[in-house]
Ligand binder design. Structure first.
Ligand code: NDP
Length: 288
């Protein structure tokens, strides 16, 4: 039987609608609305597209948007100054520094400079630590989006075996924490994992966050599994280029029980969760 397709555009629109409704309530009550600042250093074309989408959605949900477009030759000291200004700005609740940064700028040092209470990407060590301790934290957006989509396939994930392929700090590791919180049994696989197909075939939930086009195929998927494809890979075709995931969708769609497409799966969830995190940050700062 064909897998049900987990539509990230629909799920993301629902998350954004919830955020927009909360922002509208604040506005109607005469409160200051949440503000999201996006910092882009340099002119990387893919980053410019992402930032434009973030700004557009920030406006659409009624939030205050701050954009800081800095030249590629910005020094680390100048970037720290900019972050310090945003940290101190009461109209800004969330700060996002678009990655990757140009060569010569140390991403971790830059992310560490963001006030953890405004770290809507959830990458600051304080938020990473709080998440792993099971404390309230600003949680990374893409992993949050993965969990929301998995729960659309099955509301209660407790007891399921989740296999995550990929152990990056931005996807694989935080996703493992979020799935543990959902009471899944979690396996994190990576490039040194032995017999990856056999491990993946144990998965009730299989998440691919690898960065290799169509890397997981039919031999990796247990019948009925929920398959979440985080990968975004641009491949050449006769007609130009197109985006594909880390999962071979066509090879897997009649084996899986539910599957996310690429594009239109996890991707749209990331910005939606970013906006939701900004609202969370607004609330948390007001609660002290
Ligand atoms: P990284 O390159 O940081 O991590 C890739 C992971 O895949 C590593 O842990 C690596 O293992 C593992 N891996 C590589 N080759 C193999 C292999 N042959 N077998 C098993 N595991 C392997 O990538 P990211 O986590 O940053 O991103 C992963 C994908 O997700 C990319 O396509 C990226 O574009 C996409 N992405 C999508 C987002 C969205 O909004 N939808 C957001 C973020 C990322 P090891 O650690 O051993 O090297």
């Amino acid at each position: 039987m064909a897998a049900s397709v987990l539509d990230g555009k629909v799920a993301a629109a629902e998350v954004r609608a919830g955020v927009a409704a909360s922002v509208a309530e604040l506005r109607a009550a005469g409160r200051r609305v949440p503000g999201l600042a996006v910092v882009l250093v340099g002119g990387d074309p893919a980053s410019q597209v992402y930032v434009a989408a973030k700004v557009k959605h920030t406006h659409e949900v009624g939030m205050h948007s701050v954009e800081r477009m800095l030249p590629a030759e910005t020094s680390e000291a100048q970037l720290f100054d900019e972050i310090a200004r945003l940290n101190a700005d009461p109209a800004v609740d969330g700060i996002l520094v678009q990655l990757p940064l140009p060569a010569g700028l140390d991403s971790q040092r830059v992310l560490d400079a963001i006030d953890p209470r405004k770290d809507v990407d959830g990458f600051h060590p304080v938020n990473v630590g709080r998440l792993s301790l099971g404390l309230p934290a600003l949680e990374p957006c893409t992993p949050r989006g993965c969990v929301i989509l998995a729960k659309r396939a099955r509301a209660d994930l407790a007891g399921l075996h989740a296999v995550i392929v990929g152990r990056s700090n931005i996807v694989g590791k935080p996703l493992a924490q979020l799935l543990l919180r959902e009471h899944c049994t979690v396996t994190v696989a990576h490039s040194r994992t032995r017999d990856l197909p056999a491990i993946c075939r144990q998965a009730d939930i299989l998440i691919a966050a690898i960065g290799k086009p169509k890397f997981l195929g039919a031999e990796h998927v247990k019948p009925g599994a929920i398959v979440i494809d985080v990968g975004i890979n641009r491949i050449a075709t006769e007609a130009g280029t197109r985006l594909v995931g880390d999962v071979d969708f066509d090879a897997v769609k009649d084996i899986a029980g539910a599957i996310t497409p690429v594009p239109g799966g996890v991707g749209p969830m990331t910005i939606a969760c970013l906006l939701d995190n900004t609202l969370t940050a607004w609330r948390a700062r007001r609660q002290g």
